[in-house]
Structure formats: structure tokens, C-alpha cells
Design a protein around this ligand. Structure first.
Ligand code: SF4
Ligand code: SF4
Length: 131
């Protein structure tokens, strides 16, 4: 599975429920997928989706044809100097890329990070940044 971020700019939304346009468009391809995060912001509606790797190209093209913006997500970096080892980010990480070491200090395994960005807003010290 691969993480993608899809969004509909507010200018294209008549109604907040139009976000279902994204879901319906994907369901046309008869796949199983996960919605990891749903957010609304000043720019529009955003969904973080977990999609089968082999369907990424087809679904990306199909969404773009409907003026839906698709971004494959990047990775994060952790500024350990700002980290206070509170653990808030750890419970959100689906891959154990963020975990405590034997001394209860935060450890980040870059190779395990899938770029889902679920941890990004969790840090009270802004120690996690998108690359
Ligand atoms: S981006 Fe996702 S996978 Fe990577 S560290 Fe954050 S929560 Fe874990
Ligand atoms: S949420 Fe921030 S301060 Fe807390 S453990 Fe994670 S990186 Fe460190």
C-alpha cells in the first residue's frame, strides 16, 4: 500500500459533502483502500489515503481528470534537539518509525517511515517537520 494525499480546493466545492467525489472516484476502480486522515483547511478538503501500490497510477490519473489534486507524500525529519521525549507522536505512527529506545528517548527510523504525516501535528515542540 502507498500513501497519497488528495485534495479538492474550496473553489471547486459547492458543498462540503463534495469530498465524497474523491471516495466515489476511487471506488469506481473496485479496490480496498484506507482513509487515514480527513482535514479541512483554508485551502480545501484533504484526505490522506492508503492505496494499493499497483493502482496508484490509474487512480492518480482518474482523480486529476476530476480536478482533484494528488500528491505522493514525502518523509519527515525529527529535530531531536527540540524533542522532550513526551511520546505524543509515537502512538500515531503506524509503522513504529517513531519509538522509544531502551532509555525512553525518542528514536526515529527513517527507513520505516512511509510519509503518512500522521505525526506531523502531534508534536508540542514542533520537532517533526516534513522534508
Ligand atoms: S510520517 Fe507516518 S510513518 Fe513517518 S514517522 Fe510520521 S507517523 Fe510514522
Ligand atoms: S511529539 Fe515531539 S517532543 Fe514528543 S516525543 Fe514526539 S518528537 Fe519528541
Amino acid at each position: 500500500m502507498t500513501i497519497i494525499n488528495v485534495s479538492i480546493p474550496f473553489g471547486l466545492l459547492k458543498n462540503i459533502n463534495d469530498y465524497s467525489k474523491i471516495v466515489n472516484e476511487i471506488l469506481r476502480h473496485d479496490i480496498t483502500f484506507n482513509i487515514l486522515k480527513f482535514t479541512t483547511g483554508s485551502d480545501g478538503v484533504n484526505l490522506l489515503l492508503d492505496i494499493p501500490e499497483e493502482k496508484i497510477k490509474t487512480i492518480t490519473e482518474s482523480l486529476k481528470q476530476n480536478n482533484i489534486v494528488v500528491n505522493k507524500k514525502g518523509r519527515v525529519i525529527v529535530n531531536i534537539e527540540n524533542c522532550i521525549d513526551c511520546g505524543a507522536c509515537i502512538s500515531l505512527c503506524p509503522t513504529d518509525a517513531l519509538h522509544f529506545d531502551e532509555e525512553e528517548r525518542l528514536e526515529f527510523s527513517y527507513e520505516k517511515c512511509i510519509g503518512c504525516l500522521l505525526c506531523l501535528d502531534s508534536c508540542p515542540r514542533f520537532a517533526i517537520e516534513e522534508m
